[in-house]
Design a protein around this ligand. Structure first.
Ligand SMILES: [Zn+2]
Length: 263
């Protein structure tokens, strides 16, 4: 499996992806908003884009479908319930379905509601797994829920699915929000040395050559994985006494998600 992270350079800071089979040169385009860039990268590498996967229905994820389809005839895959929101979708997928790319690449579909209720993450079946996490999980952050999502569902997705992935899973999110998210982490947990160090190292990073984190790293510096951190809880309880002295992880997650919206 070859992964090409395509930085769009737009104001929403979208990342698009090409996932290719090294043997056949067939490629899957994930959320190819900047379809010209995606087509140019495929061209350069000698790849054929045969399929598109939309992680979810938002326009900054599906807006490049037409351009890719016109140029390549690729088919469009998305969550089974996204059909009325994504034009010309030809395959609807559910949890456990597998998307094959060429002869060597297999990507398992995870049904990950929360950011929207039709959100798919892809997990590669490779020695070191890769998670294409769309707007569910960002580097050092979590997706918002104010355009068709639900925070409770996002919490469930985090604890029942993302938390259970292997520590060495590589995280490929739909946007580059690393710096902003690390700043939020430090706002909530000022003694988080890992987040502090990472912010210093990557504050001025070139998104064309962005840091790819692992789940192990996320656990150390992503507030939404740090629901039992004593400093996260202490600050939250001090500011929001209505949470009680020892709020459960779900209450912590929901309050953090709410605070992130207005931060
Ligand atoms: Zn979105």
């Amino acid at each position: 499996m070859i992964v090409e992270q395509v930085w769009t350079g737009n104001s929403y800071r979208n990342f698009n992806y090409l996932v290719a089979c090294a043997e056949t040169g067939e490629a899957l385009a994930i959320d190819p908003l900047d379809f010209k860039k995606c087509l140019a990268v495929a061209d350069e590498r000698g790849w054929n884009i045969t399929q598109i996967l939309n992680t979810h229905e938002h326009s900054d994820h599906i807006g490049g479908n037409k351009g890719v389809v016109n140029a390549t005839g690729a088919t469009i895959i998305a969550h089974k319930d996204a059909g009325n929101r994504i034009p010309n979708m030809s395959r609807g997928v559910s949890a456990g379905d597998v998307i094959k790319v060429g002869k060597t690449v297999e990507l398992e579909c995870l049904d990950t509601p929360g950011h929207t209720m039709c959100h798919i993450c892809l997990l590669s079946r490779t020695d070191q797994p890769g998670l294409f996490s769309g707007d569910t999980l960002f580097n050092a952050g979590a997706g918002n829920c104010h355009n068709g999502g639900h925070p409770e569902e996002l919490y469930e997705t985090f604890v029942t699915q993302l938390e259970t992935l292997g520590e060495d899973t590589l995280i490929y999110p739909g946007h580059d929000y690393l710096v902003n998210n690390l700043e939020f982490t430090l706002d909530r947990e000022s003694d988080n040395a890992v987040a502090q160090q990472m912010l210093e190292t990557y504050r001025g990073q070139d998104p064309d050559d962005a840091l790819v984190t692992t789940l192990a790293q996320e656990r150390e510096m992503n507030t939404f994985f740090r629901l039992s951190s004593p400093s996260v809880i202490a600050k939250l309880v001090e500011e929001h006494p209505e949470l009680g002295d020892s709020p459960d992880p779900k209450a912590v997650f929901l309050k953090l998600r709410e605070l992130r919206n207005s931060w």
